[in-house]
Design a protein around this ligand. Sequence first.
Ligand code: HEC
Ligand code: HEC
Ligand code: HEC
Ligand code: HEC
Ligand code: HEC
Length: 395
Amino acid sequence: MTTKLIGLLVLVGASTFFVMHVMSPPDGTDGGPGADAQEWEPPGRSYRDPLPFSKSEDCKGCHPDVWSEWYDSHHRIAYTNPEVQKLSTGFQGKGLDCLPCHLSRPMFETGFGVRPLERLTRREDGVDCFTCHYWPEGNAMLTSGPLGGAASQAPCQPAVTPSMASLQLCAPCHNQHKVHEDWKETRFAVKGDGFKDCNDCHMPTVERPNAAGGIRRGRSHRFPAAHDPGVLREAAAVTQSLSARSLFVTVHNSGVGHNLPSDERHRAVDLHLVLDTGDGRPYDVRIERWRNPYRDEFEAVNPLPNPGDAYEKTVTVPELLADVGVRVKRVPAPHRPNRKVWYPASTQIPAGEKRELSITLPDGVKAVTVRLWYRTNPFQPDKDAVLLHEKTLPE
Ligand code: HEC
Ligand code: HEC
Ligand code: HEC
Ligand code: HEC
Ligand code: HEC
């Protein structure tokens, strides 16, 4: 053995020691029970030369469609979003705690499946190409492949790992409100025909023109969700029937792979009735609201903690000096009849569950319009909210 080779072996040994003992994170973040660190499968190849890129805009020239989808997405504005800026007081003081998920270093740098760390550069890029694709150790941009022939010449040095399609890429940021735990409780998580994971719903397949004038299939980087009226209208199915003064309404979380509305505490789904007494004035009244309350709403309770529970209330319509009688029943999902809920005060509707409302209308109501609204915050007026459903009875 030459001295050179022995030197190399010592170096390899020393760097393994360094990686294992010096760089290993403190207890609790190294995959122990408290953390959710996952093994990931490193690609078969890595590259010698560092990538010649420093920002997401550098990808625009060759991946123009992916780039513009991402540019219009909420991932890109994760730092600049005025809502986030306001709540984090400009990411100052305690707001510094908000940085890791809203302005993130590469997931494959901090460790797969563990909470990311913040970066301090490229603020306008939020959660960017590097956050999700960049593997610094191998100087590569990762994909689950397969790669085409052009890849071997590509300056972004693509490399293939199945881990790129894993839910563990999204979980460190998105599971903080247990969206992944919720998803695991749904029929969409059962292997088979009906299986759908986060990417099946939020990165739908798109067809884009390729350089050769043909079509190339890719995945949408717009991440359509609660800011997309088309996606929202698929979320719930509503039925209604009217017999004399008795109105029967069901609201079914039929299309969401987790709770409706989702984890973000701002969101609200509201059932309204517009009563028509023939006097030419619409009487609009909110019958029920489904949401996860803010942490300081101490008085909030979920009246339906268990599947099968029911409760009754009256809702007053002051202008009519009349009451609407309401009985709400929680109908469990066939797939998960004994579903746990994580937040005791939350009235979010778990996937597959229904709410059945038996409503007694006041005397003198000639017609009623049933409306279901999605609000991105609980104070949002109708003109800015998305109307998920509307039906007037009798027809
Ligand atoms: C000069 C052109 C060029 C630039 C700039 C470029 N790429 Fe690429 N990239 C390619 C080509 C060509 C491929 C191979 C496509 C194929 O599989 O046929 C590719 C493949 C990829 C893949 C794998 C795609 C797949 O089909 O699974 C990813 C991910 C990727 N690039 C990310 C990036 C990112 C992120 C940047 C910016 C930091 C970037 N690229 C900049 C040309 C480029
Ligand atoms: C563990 C990761 C993580 C941390 C830490 C984090 N967030 Fe978020 N935040 C997310 C994710 C993921 C979303 C998108 C989920 C959603 O919209 O429901 C989000 C969404 C938001 C939104 C909604 C944006 C919109 O478009 O309406 C606001 C506002 C927000 N975060 C503020 C904050 C503030 C303020 C902090 C610090 C106190 C913070 N976040 C810390 C992951 C995180
Ligand atoms: C590094 C953290 C991070 C990772 C990784 C991440 N996200 Fe996000 N995601 C966020 C944040 C933060 C937001 C909210 C940004 C805002 O609205 O200001 C968000 C928003 C979203 C939204 C809502 C978009 C909208 O328009 O309302 C969806 C859907 C989403 N992410 C899906 C995913 C999926 C699927 C993955 C995995 C492939 C993923 N995210 C990976 C941090 C992350
Ligand atoms: C079967 C389709 C489906 C699956 C699977 C699914 N979602 Fe969703 N998701 C939706 C729909 C529909 C909405 C809009 C309604 C809502 O907010 O509940 C949504 C909303 C969201 C939002 C926006 C929340 C907000 O308040 O802005 C985020 C973030 C999100 N999903 C993340 C995920 C993640 C992470 C997974 C995987 C663990 C996932 N979703 C699985 C359909 C799905
Ligand atoms: C929130 C995480 C996330 C961000 C941000 C992100 N990607 Fe992706 N990207 C993915 C995932 C997940 C896939 C599909 C994974 C798979 O199956 O390989 C993907 C697929 C791709 C592909 C191949 C599929 C296609 O549609 O052509 C390219 C190319 C790509 N990304 C480039 C980029 C570029 C360039 C940026 C920045 C402008 C970017 N990505 C930002 C997560 C992300």
